[in-house]
Design a protein. Structure first.
Length: 379
C-alpha cells in the first residue's frame, strides 16, 4: 500500500477508504469502521469521524464538541467547551516515517483550526506514538503530563484451577471465601448469564442499566447507561463478536454486571456495576471470577486485560503489567493556549493535593467517603 497518506473527514471518506482501512491490523475494535461509524453517528456531540491512514497503519478517532473537564477529586473546576479530536483507544499502529507523516498531518489540522485539541488514549510510556506527539509542541501546547498508571493483564492459564493456584495465598483464600459466603447466603438462587449474541442486546442493556442506576458512577454521569450511543456500539459489538456481557441474577433480578470487549485474542474488562445491598458479599468480584473462568475456557482468548488503574483486584488477579499515560495537545491559537494554561493550573493544584493526601494516607478514606455520599444520593 505504500506510505501515501489518506485523510478521512466525512462518512463518505470512510466508505471511500474502506479497503485500505479494513486491511490494517488494528489493536482495538474501536478503530474498526463499523464501530467508529456507529459510535460517531450515535453521539449527539459528534461532528465527524477523523482518520489518517498511512503505510500499514493509521490514527483513528472522532471530532466531538464537548467539555474538556479539569477536576479535583470528583468535582469539575474548569470545563471549557472545545472541538476535540478524540483518538480511539489503541487505534494506532504506526512507526518510523509513517508515524512522522501522521503526526505532521494532525498538526496541520490543528493549525488550520479543524479542532482545538487532540486527546490520545492511555498508551505505554515507551510508545513511539506518545513520544512523537509529546515532541510535537512545547509546554504552551501540551497538557501537563499525567501521572503514569499501571495497566495490568493476565496471561490466561490452562484452567481456572490453575489460575486460582497461581494467586497469592491471601487471594486464593479470598476467592474461595467469597464463593462459600455467597453459596451460604443464596444457595441455588443465583445464576450467571453470558451474553454473546445480538439476540441478547435488550436484556443485556436493560438489566445492566437497572443495576447501574444504584451506583456512584451514575451520580457522576459516568459508568454504564442505556443510551443511544451505548446501544449502537453494543449492537455492533455483539454482531461482530467484539463484546461479551456477564450478568449476575438473584431470583431473576439482576444484581451485578461486567461488560467486556473481545478482540484479537484479548478480553478487555470495561464497565461494571453491582447492587450496593450486596456489597459486603463482594458480588462484583464474584462475577469477575466467573468472567475469568469463561475466558479461560475460550480457546480464542489468550489475554485478559484489566485496563489502566491500580485497583486492588487488578493487582491480585494479574500476571504482568506496564505503565501508561495519556496526552492532550492543543492548537497554537490564542483561545486554545489560554484553555491549556488554565487547565494546567487546575491540574497542578489537583496533583499537589493528591500527593499530600497520599503522603498522609487519607486518599482512600476520602475517596470512599465521596463515593458513599454519591451512592446515598442515588437512593
Amino acid at each position: 500500500m505504500g506510505s501515501r497518506i489518506e485523510v478521512a473527514r466525512t462518512f463518505e471518506d470512510v466508505e471511500r477508504l474502506a479497503a485500505r482501512w479494513d486491511a490494517v491490523q488494528w489493536e482495538r475494535e474501536e478503530a474498526e469502521r463499523p464501530y467508529l461509524v456507529a459510535r460517531t453517528e450515535a453521539r449527539p456531540e459528534s461532528i465527524a469521524p477523523y482518520a489518517v491512514l498511512t503505510g500499514g497503519g493509521g490514527l483513528v478517532g472522532r471530532i466531538d464538541e464537548r467539555e474538556l473537564r479539569a477536576t479535583v477529586g470528583y468535582k469539575a473546576l474548569y470545563s471549557p467547551r472545545v472541538r476535540l479530536l478524540h483518538v480511539v483507544d489503541g487505534g494506532i499502529r504506526l512507526e518510523g516515517d509513517a508515524l512522522g507523516a501522521a503526526v505532521a498531518t494532525v498538526d496541520e489540522a490543528l493549525r488550520a483550526r479543524e479542532f482545538d485539541a487532540v486527546a490520545l488514549p492511555q498508551l505505554p510510556v515507551e510508545s513511539p506514538v506518545l513520544a512523537a506527539f509529546d515532541a510535537l509542541a512545547g509546554l504552551l501546547r501540551r497538557q501537563r503530563r499525567s501521572r503514569p498508571q499501571p495497566r495490568r493483564r493476565l496471561v490466561l492459564p490452562d484452567s481456572f484451577e490453575h489460575f486460582v493456584a497461581s494467586r497469592s495465598a491471601n487471594t486464593r483464600w479470598r476467592i474461595r471465601r467469597d464463593a462459600r459466603r455467597i453459596e451460604d447466603a443464596f444457595a441455588d438462587e443465583l445464576s450467571v448469564e453470558v451474553v454473546r449474541e445480538p439476540s441478547g442486546l435488550d436484556r443485556l442493556l436493560q438489566d445492566a442499566d437497572r443495576v447501574a442506576r444504584t451506583t456512584y458512577q451514575r451520580a457522576l454521569g459516568t459508568g454504564f447507561a442505556d443510551t443511544p450511543e451505548r446501544r449502537a456500539v453494543t449492537a455492533v459489538g455483539l454482531e461482530h463478536g467484539w463484546l461479551r456481557g456477564y450478568l449476575l441474577y438473584l431470583r431473576a433480578e439482576p444484581i451485578a454486571f461486567w461488560l467486556c470487549s473481545v478482540y484479537r485474542g484479548t478480553m478487555l474488562i470495561r464497565l461494571t456495576g453491582y447492587d450496593q445491598a450486596y456489597a459486603e458479599l463482594r458480588i462484583g468480584l464474584f462475577l469477575l471470577t466467573k468472567a475469568i473462568e469463561d475466558a479461560i475456557a475460550d480457546p480464542s482468548i489468550q489475554i485478559l486485560d484489566f485496563g489502566p488503574g491500580d485497583a486492588a483486584y487488578k493487582l491480585q488477579f494479574s500476571s504482568e503489567s506496564h505503565l501508561e499515560r495519556d496526552l492532550v495537545i492543543f492548537a497554537p491559537t490564542a483561545r486554545a493556549l489560554r484553555i491549556n494554561a488554565t487547565r494546567n493550573a487546575v491540574l497542578l493544584g489537583a496533583a499537589a493535593g493528591r500527593r499530600a493526601l497520599d503522603a498522609s494516607q487519607l486518599t482512600d478514606r476520602i475517596r470512599s467517603g465521596w463515593r458513599e455520599r454519591l451512592r446515598q444520593s442515588q437512593r
